[in-house]
Design a protein around this ligand. Sequence first.
Ligand SMILES: Cc1cc2nc3c(=O)[nH]c(=O)nc-3n(C[C@H](O)[C@H](O)[C@H](O)COP(=O)(O)O)c2cc1C
Length: 260
Amino acid sequence: MSKNVIFCYSGTGNCLDIAKNIARGLGDTDIIMMRSEPAVKDVQQAETVGFVFPCYGGGAPADFLKFAKDLLVSRRSFNYAVSCSASYAGTGLYELNKIVTLDYWKTVTHHCSCIWLFPHDLMLPRLPLDKAQERSEKLAAEIAEDVKARRKVTKKPPHNLLNAAENKGFGSIGSKKAESFKVSDKCVGCGTCVQLCPRGNIQLSAGKAVIGTDCAGCLGCLQFCPEGAISMGAITDKREHYHNPKVKAADLMESVIHID
Ligand SMILES: Cc1cc2nc3c(=O)[nH]c(=O)nc-3n(C[C@H](O)[C@H](O)[C@H](O)COP(=O)(O)O)c2cc1C
């Protein structure tokens, strides 16, 4: 196992890009993807263990917390987490801290992947994509320096009742939203969405993608579709699709990514 490990949940690449940039700063790092059950769970030998994940509906993605509960992380390693959101981090870091005691945590904002709610440039502070990406890379480099220096954050991660309530209700909103997926005639049956879906919720039938309702809400299928064939109704048809400019669909399909 590498000296450093980062567990990463990412739907549209912002978190994977941050994880990669932290790894580049640290060297010798395994990024273990956590979109579905992680390939490696026992990381007690690692010197540093990081978590990079997005905010979904005021908290961490439900699958991310579910998989985190099964991990074996030592109290002797330097354990840290980064929450990436469009505007507010919500309660994800607080919830993760109950599972793995964090020595350090940080929040990063980037463009918004939640196309049914907002256009992607609605982030805080509002920045064009190139500036948002530049800022995210700079913050990731700073996080790597903090981790290398084992700089601790003594303040507990943020928690507020409003975000906690929002996150509690988000599961059912997300499932309802999944019913609105539409696949247009533009679909060429390339299978990108099938391979990307972390829950195996998409199948090809007669050469066309068919999306079920067991959806994690990551929106990777819609945002990475090379034909722009997936939508969630009229509002999403008017909006530009978004995924992190440095991340390809194939990158998200890896289970472990090693960075020297
Ligand atoms: C289903 C869903 C819910 C989201 N909810 C929030 C939210 O409550 N607050 C927020 O600031 N951003 C929210 N976002 C935006 C993401 O946190 C943000 O775009 C993040 O960078 C996505 O990371 P990824 O590209 O690694 O998937 C949401 C995105 C999705 C897909």
